[in-house]
Design a protein around this ligand. Structure first.
Ligand SMILES: *Cc1c(COP(=O)(O)O)cnc(C)c1O
Length: 383
């Protein structure tokens, strides 16, 4: 079956032959339309005589690119006016430190550990404030399979914020909805959300959020850009050691241009935002994500144990699908066969092993279907 698809691709879409389905966790696949547009505009952006890479970040051309990107992003995610949108550098890891320096006031912060990324966030924040795990889903053998029930979280009254990772990229665990900290803690505790690997794949309930951040290289664009959404009342609390470039209040006052922003990464993100709007926006992305994930989990669960994913079905990620072959001696064969069928980057994270398919917004439903077909084909051949 996968062989047929390969022939189809050869006869009808030569582009796909040189561009296999790429399940990389990040930097990740981009919409072809965005890459083509970037190519068209590469040498001479809109008659300016310059590539975007060659423009001053303070010039009229780049200011237009920047402002359009922010307007489109605000529209796509329906971001209320009381949230500032910052376009920074430093990635998700940088934000783990930046958030602590901006809103912990050197006091205390609580974390819910549901996978490798929230665990690393807690480790980073230790340098700046007193850290406590309000809950942890880590198992004896170091895996993560579920989101602990928010009713069981032990939230401290002195915490200045509570941090979650709403989609665990490595372990494939995703919150279905954001926790309501007002109801859980009885106080006005800000929720900090690391949404790096599923931003723009579903709407955000901003009434529950204090700060939300995301690196661009998973579900938006290219590496080098980090989006930060911060509620206005949380500005102005930065610790004196906070670097200027990560000071939310100062960056908000300066349109994120205290120093040179990652101009080309902002430009590509802006093209992706336009592409998302043309596709029908976040609700369409959500529908497609449900379809893609349904195809892959369906193939895994339907394999009678040939493939295994142990994450609680209620907390399975729609973006990152980790799975193991029951017989791990077939791993290399599985990866090589996938490559022959034009599917690449399905090896699991080094800390976990096994396989992982990352199926972000830019992955077509056909791509997920091709991988689901390959899963069935391979299981039939070796099962
Ligand atoms: C990739 C990732 C990070 C780290 O991002 P960097 O840009 O490499 O610092 C943090 N959190 C999550 C959820 C991620 O997926």
């Amino acid at each position: 079956m996968p062989i047929n698809q390969q022939q189809n691709m050869q006869s009808t879409a030569p582009l796909l032959l040189s561009r296999p389905y790429n399940f990389s966790p990040g930097p990740a696949t981009l919409p072809v339309a965005v890459l083509e547009r970037a190519r068209e505009e590469m040498l001479n952006w809109h008659g300016s005589g310059m590539s975007v890479m060659e423009m001053s970040h303070r010039g009229k051309e780049f200011t237009d690119i920047y402002e359009q990107a922010v307007v489109d992003l605000r529209e796509l995610l329906d971001v209320p006016a009381k949230f500032k949108i910052l376009l920074l550098q430093g990635g998700g890891l940088g934000e783990n430190a930046a958030v602590a320096m901006n809103i912990s006031q050197g006091k205390a912060a609580d974390f819910v550990v549901t996978g490798g990324w929230s665990e690393r966030s807690a480790q980073e924040a230790v340098k700046y404030c007193d850290v406590h795990q309000a809950a942890s889903a880590r198992t004896q053998d170091g895996y993560f399979y579920h989101i602990p029930d928010p009713q069981t979280w032990r939230i401290r009254s002195q915490a200045q914020y509570l941090h979650i990772c709403s989609n665990e990229t490595v372990h494939g665990v995703e919150y279905q909805e954001l926790p309501d900290l007002k109801a859980l803690s009885g106080q006005n505790l800000p929720l900090v959300v690391d949404a790096s690997s599923h931003i723009l794949s579903r709407p955000v309930d901003w009434s529950k959020v204090g700060v939300l951040f995301a690196g661009a290289q998973k579900n938006i664009g290219i590496a080098g850009l980090t989006l930060v959404f911060v509620r206005e009342d949380l500005l102005g609390k930065a610790m004196p050691i906070c670097p200027l470039i990560w000071n939310y209040e100062l960056q908000a006052k300066n349109n994120s241009m205290i120093n040179t922003p990652p101009t080309y990464a902002i430009y590509i993100a802006g093209l992706v935002f336009q592409w998302l709007k043309a596709q029908g926006g976040v609700s369409v992305m959500q529908e497609r994500a449900i379809q893609r994930a349904g195809l892959l989990y369906g193939a895994i669960d339907g394999s009678h144990g040939f493939y295994v994913n142990k994450v609680d079905p209620l907390n399975r990620s729609r973006m990152n699908v980790p799975f193991f072959l029951k017989d791990e001696r077939l791993n290399e064969e599985f990866i090589a066969g996938a490559k022959q069928c034009q599917m690449i980057n399905i090896k699991g994270h080094k800390s976990v092993g096994g396989m992982r398919a990352s199926i972000y917004n830019a992955m077509s439903v056909e791509g997920a279907q091709a991988l689901a077909d390959y899963l069935k084909f391979f299981a039939q051949k070796y099962g």
